[in-house]
Design a protein around this ligand. Structure first.
Ligand SMILES: Cc1ncc(COP(=O)(O)O)c(C=O)c1O
Length: 385
């Protein structure tokens, strides 16, 4: 189809993926129905092994969502009352909501404007003697500067004489790498989400904790099942956060396609870069960049719209049925539920700026060249009219 024939570009269209592999998905669900093993079971075990291998890590434990993966990780590290946990504010809510849920205090740190990820220097400013853990988020599919984060943590551990844990929120970043090392191998525990919009998405909620420490993996396994390793014996108080077999069966069908899909996302990102450059939009739009020796997996493609025009551009694109989204319109430090922490919006200036500028464009693997050309042409028309 030529760009001038296009009538709409959805932000995400999962039906295109279903058209390609739907028959296999249906077959997998039918086999779960026939087995009647609906919770955990062989499909979940297969997925745990598959994800551990894919992440080049030793262990993976399935759970009900990425949000629960974060909660279980903090529980497994014994984070609790009196502890502080450093988190970004420019992220999805679940990165920080797990902290008060274990009784600890979130401490928000600002981001690097080029990557949207935690800035190690800003983390260093926030580390203190109460810091028990840092949750880094590999936002939009790009790994955080983990070398910088590890250095800051080592310095602080030497200064305060206590262990500081690193948890990776890899919910948007399955398959992402830094210096050839996959996410999931930088922190002690790494959290994945299989929410349908993720690069590896299920048919509902699902999550996983990936790690290389057998004791921690076992602790998460026990915590996800009401703190019980032996049936009806509860060694501690956990939660009910099991991954169901339907989700695992769908994800087992999809996992072998993940690298192919990730490459297609990368090609789409490169094409946007070229199209925006050719359209002469650099005074109006800043395209996102892969920074350093990374494998960016492009879960989102978030441009910055300069000059206060983001919302007007978004509304204009919507008139041409072009879907976009805003991740995220408000920093977590500005959320009502965190007002008790006493942050002012300008305490995290890069986060505040990003919330007013970012606009996520469609980037899914099945997006066509003509659709991208149409989107960029309409963006150029908006700025050049
Ligand atoms: C960065 C980040 N953290 C955590 C989550 C929570 O994952 P879930 O929706 O599976 O609970 C998500 C996904 O929504 C996310 O994008």
């Amino acid at each position: 189809m030529r760009p001038e024939q296009i009538k709409a570009v959805p932000m995400l269209d999962l039906t295109r993926q279903y058209q390609a592999i739907g028959a296999k998905m249906n077959e997998a669900l039918q086999s779960v129905n026939e087995s009647c093993r609906f919770v955990l079971g062989p499909e979940v075990k297969k997925l745990e092994e598959g994800i551990a291998a894919y992440s080049r890590a030793k262990f993976a434990v399935g759970c009900a969502s990425g949000s629960d993966a974060l909660l279980l990780s903090l529980m497994a590290l014994d984070v609790g009352a009196g502890d502080e946990v450093i988190v970004p504010s420019f992220t999805f809510f679940a990165t920080a909501s797990c902290v008060p849920r274990v009784g600890a205090t979130p401490v928000f740190a600002d981001i690097d404007p080029k990557t949207f990820n935690l800035d190690p220097a800003k983390v260093a400013e926030k580390i203190g003697e109460k810091t028990k853990a840092i949750v880094v988020v590999h936002l939009f599919g790009q790994a955080t500067d983990m070398v910088g984060i590890q250095k800051v943590v080592q310095d602080a551990e030497a200064k305060y004489g206590r262990k500081i844990h690193i948890v990776e929120d890899s919910c948007q970043a399955i398959g992402a790498e830094l210096n050839g090392v996959s996410v999931g191998n930088w922190g002690e525990l790494s959290c994945l989400s299989f929410y349908p919009t993720k690069n590896l998405g299920g048919a509902g909620d699902g999550g996983m904790v990936v790690c290389n420490d057998e004791k921690l993996a076992e602790r998460v396994r026990v915590l996800r099942a009401h703190g019980s390793a032996v049936r009806y014996r509860h060694q501690e108080i956990g939660v009910n956060s099991r991954l169901d077999s339907y989700q695992a069966a769908i994800l087992n069908v999809k996992l072998p396609y993940l690298d192919e899909w990730t490459e297609a996302r990368g090609r789409n990102a490169a094409r946007y870069e070229k199209l925006f450059a050719e359209a002469g939009l650099s005074d109006f739009v800043e395209t996102p960049k892969a920074v350093g020796n990374v494998r960016h997996v492009w879960n989102q493609y978030s441009i910055r719209v300069l000059g206060g025009k983001r919302d007007a551009l978004r509304a204009n694109l919507a008139e041409f049925n072009i879907g976009t989204d805003i991740y995220y319109p408000l920093g977590l430090h500005q959320q009502e539920c965190f007002a008790y922490l006493g942050y002012k919006p300008e305490d995290l200036p890069e986060t505040l700026k990003a919330t007013t500028e970012v606009l996520a464009l469609p980037i899914y693997p099945e997006l066509t060249e003509a659709e991208q050309e149409y989107l960029v042409a309409k963006t150029a028309e908006f700025f050049h009219k």
